[in-house]
Design a binder for this molecule. Structure first.
Ligand code: NAD
Length: 487
């Protein structure tokens, strides 16, 4: 045997071993996956490998279709989410047991209706003496997505619209406590899309998601990109995954109210934002810093606008049931308890020993700045108000308790210098002036909507363009029709 045969033999052995160790390939000797292999599954999979393979086949089919077909797919998703919003929203409420039914329904409708689609894609062009360069936005392929319990199907719906508009397909590892509604929504979307355009599994979901399946998705060689929406643990895991990641992480949005604010307007805005879906939104007002000179007037405005003020003793009683110390050693920190996270204001009031009208939207009260309700992303409809000596003090505390997430911050003021100062200091992805938090997503303000706001990785409010790669096509020395000849 000569050396080159030896080398060939060892390379072949190595390749065979690699092939055998690749879970996502067909078994050696079997046929490659056919276009029909996963047809009829309508996106529901127990195995990550099968889900990714199905999504890859769907991607290859979508790649051969027109932009008009992508539009049709998105129209189907929009139609079903809106048509079935009451049924699916109720399912999500019953499964997750957090938030408010009317807002579960509204979120699904609004994500379906307002998430931008293919119209958001654009082509850039440079022309000059040397011809033409056209920049287009191409898909990545299969995207692995992780979604939160706070908005299970709404996040999947918005992600699906953005990602498919960009020409991708997606495999979702949903939060285990929102997995049933995730699977049901995805099944309905795929079934209708298949019937209309003949492609199945554009959106796939892992029916029994675990941390292990999330990690399999992160590591899968056919997953081109990941997009996670969730708290600190998953944000960190995604950043460490080694894949191109779009990370929509946690926040703890502070609000500053200065002495020039329209206090009644500020109160209405804080109630609207902080009470929506029982404060589950990552952008929702979580703590308020008010300058001393208008502190009592602001508290009175909150009561006039319908919020219920708790006393110091009631806040302490509520805290003992709503917040708990978790973790060990250096990692010990306060966290919301499962019993009260996302529950109605009336239930929180009962925990504080107070009977309130069941229609009450928000509880609030004065706390010191160091109170755990200030430090923690509480995700429940009680908002602490902290007295500050002046606007600089308020901005300093806002910065401190936003914890450097650079997610969302809000000011109520009519002083543009204060607005500018806070915007510079906070450096948050979203900064709202004189509105409720949702105005920053185009809901009562300008701009477009997404429920995946990627702060840590810098994409901001995600859009179809977030899920595309730039490709440049250059034509040299021709089709520049305005200029003279090159000498
Ligand atoms: P969570 O972090 O508990 O779970 C989010 C998802 O990540 C779930 O699917 C969960 O199963 C998964 N997960 C958790 N730890 C993981 C790990 N180590 N590896 C892989 N996957 C992991 O969050 P939640 O309670 O479902 O949602 C609320 C959180 O999400 C809040 O912190 C909120 O601010 C944040 N959020 C952010 C945005 C945004 O756009 N930035 C939007 C919605 C929610």
């Amino acid at each position: 045997m000569n050396i080159s045969e030896d080398v060939i033999r060892s390379v072949v052995a190595q390749v065979l071993q690699e092939v055998r160790s690749q879970p996502s390939r067909s078994p050696v000797g079997s046929a490659p996956p056919s276009l029909h292999q996963f047809q009829g599954r309508h996106g529901i999979f127990s195995s990550v490998d099968e889900a990714v393979s199905a999504a890859r086949i769907a991607f290859e089919q979508l790649r051969d279709r027109s932009i008009e077909d992508r539009k049709r797919v998105i129209e189907i998703i929009r139609h079903i989410a809106q048509r079935d919003a009451v049924e699916l929203g109720t399912m999500e409420m019953n499964e997750t047991k957090i938030g408010r039914l009317e807002h579960k329904i509204e979120k699904l409708k609004v994500l379906a209706e307002r998430t931008p689609g293919v119209e958001f894609l654009r082509t850039e062009c440079f022309s000059g003496d040397h011809g033409l360069a056209v920049i287009e936005h191409a898909p990545f392929g299969v995207i692995g997505a992780i979604t939160p319990v706070t908005h299970s199907l709404p996040t999947i719906t918005g992600n699906a619209v953005s990602m498919i508009a960009g020409g991708n397909t997606v495999v979702v590892n949903p939060h285990p406590s929102g997995r049933l509604v995730a699977a049901e929504g995805v099944r309905r979307y795929n079934q209708a899309i298949f019937k209309e355009i003949g492609i199945d599994n554009l959106i796939c979901v892992i029916e029994s998601p675990t941390l292990e399946t999330a990690n399999q998705l992160f590591a899968h060689r056919k997953v081109a990109m990941i997009c996670v929406t969730g708290g600190p643990a998953v944000a960190k895991a995604a950043l460490l995954s080694g894949k191109r990641a779009v990370v929509a992480g946690p926040g703890n949005p502070p609000v500053v109210v200065d002495e020039t604010a329209d206090l009644d307007r500020a109160a209405r805005c804080i109630i609207q934002g902080a009470s929506f879906d029982n404060n589950l939104l990552c952008i929702a007002e979580k703590e308020v810093f008010v300058v001393e000179s208008v502190f009592e007037a602001m508290m009175a405005a909150m009561e006039r606008a319908g919020a219920v003020r708790l006393s110091t003793a009631e806040i302490e009683k509520l805290s003992s049931k709503a917040l708990a110390l978790v973790g060990e050693g250096d990692h010990k920190h306060w966290a919301p308890t499962k019993e009260l996270l996302g529950q109605d204001a009336a239930k929180l009031a009962a925990a504080a020993g107070r009977q309130v009208d069941p229609k009450t939207e928000l509880l609030f009260g004065e706390t010191p700045e160091s109170h755990p309700f200030v430090t923690v992303e509480q995700m429940m409809p009680f908002v602490p108000f902290v007295r500050c000596s002046d606007v600089d003090h308020a901005i300093r505390l806002a910065k401190q308790y936003e914890h450097g997430f650079r997610h969302t911050s809000i000011i109520h003021s009519s002083n543009v210098r204060n607005m500018t100062k806070m915007a510079r200091e906070m450096d948050t992805t979203l900064f709202v002036k004189n509105g409720p938090c949702m105005a920053s997503l185009g809901l009562g303000g300008e701009g477009y909507l997404s429920f995946s706001i990627a702060g840590p990785t810098g994409e901001g409010v995600t859009s179809p363009l977030t899920f595309t790669r730039e490709r440049r096509c250059s034509l040299i020395d021709d089709l520049w029709v305005l200029g003279g000849k090159n000498s």
